[in-house]
Design a protein around this ligand. Structure first.
Ligand code: HEC
Length: 128
């Protein structure tokens, strides 16, 4: 009887621990930022140009005042996630702009423009 009781309490403790772990994993998962996932996919391609390149840092410094939520949220500019423009059209838009958006070909290097385009195309079609 004694060993039966302690066995059930051990089983109970194990189940509670597993449940807590699973809950924790699912909470951590739901907090994953899709912009971080897209950036992590794109950044290493450009490490050859700049060590520890961060496309989100570049986006924050040049694009965020009009495109918020790292591209997930419309502000002065439209939401960029899920754009129906091709990568080539996105590059063209960033390089030459379209009023009121300025062109960035004089301020950014071609690889930086391409990195931004890759990032935008890697974003899932979601809105903040
Ligand atoms: C001064 C505000 C402003 C800034 C800064 C800005 N944009 Fe824009 N952007 C806009 C506006 C407004 C549009 C919509 C233009 C239109 O098509 O009428 C736009 C459109 C776009 C589009 C086309 C979206 C689509 O699906 O048609 C892309 C891609 C884009 N911006 C990327 C960027 C990137 C990358 C940066 C930073 C390098 C940036 N923009 C900086 C205002 C801005």
């Amino acid at each position: 009887m004694l060993s039966y009781v302690s066995l059930t309490s051990i089983v109970r403790v194990v189940f509670i621990t597993l449940f807590a772990l699973l809950l924790n994993v699912s909470i951590a998962h739901s907090e994953e930022d899709v912009t971080d996932i897209a950036a992590a996919e794109i950044n290493p391609t450009y490490f050859k140009y700049k060590e520890n390149f961060s496309v989100k840092r570049l986006f924050a410094s040049r694009c965020s005042w009009c495109h918020q939520g790292y591209g997930l949220k419309a502000a002065d500019g439209p939401r960029l996630s899920g754009t129906d423009k091709t990568k080539e059209k996105v590059i063209e838009q960033i390089a030459y702009g379209k009023s009121p958006m300025p062109g960035f070909r004089k301020q950014l290097k071609p690889w930086q423009i391409e990195a931004l385009a890759d990032y935008i195309k890697a974003l899932p079609d979601v809105e903040l």
